[in-house]
Design a protein. Structure first.
Length: 138
């Protein structure tokens, strides 16, 4: 399991960095993978691709992405999150998503100020995993 860290810095695995924001830790994996490969990688370590439920989470994820175009967990099955969370929050770039065709996965686009784009799932990009942490307070 990927441990929660504090602040930015080298994450628990080679090639990744992470930031803890509230109860979620966003982990940037700089290795390029397809959307399915990225989701499988995240799930291997008891996480999932990052889901965004509101503007505050979007701002934290945008910072964690570090300027990279990255995969997030939204995919076209009526555009739902890979971790099954329920959210109507969307931040598409102008003219997107494009309905039809082979663009069925989503990523943050660095040239569009982090707006979302529908991309081919076979394309390869870095990606963001999320881990939700809990602490016991005495």
């Amino acid at each position: 399991m990927l441990p929660c860290g504090s602040g930015f810095g080298e994450g628990p695995l080679p090639g990744c960095t992470g930031t803890k924001q509230g109860a979620a830790q966003y982990i940037l994996i700089r290795q390029n993978m397809s959307w399915m490969g990225a989701r499988e990688y995240c799930r291997t370590y008891y996480t999932d691709l990052t889901s965004l439920r509101n503007d505050a989470e979007y701002q934290m994820v945008q910072e964690a992405a570090g300027g990279f175009q990255v995969w997030v967990g939204l995919f076209r099955d009526t555009w739902e999150w890979s971790d099954q969370t329920d959210s109507s929050f969307r931040y598409w770039k102008a003219g997107h998503p494009v309905w039809g065709g082979t663009y069925s996965c989503s990523g943050l686009v660095k040239t569009e100020s982090g707006r979302w784009d529908d991309l081919r799932c076979e394309d390869t990009h870095p990606f963001l995993c999320s881990e939700y942490c809990s602490w016991l307070e005495y």
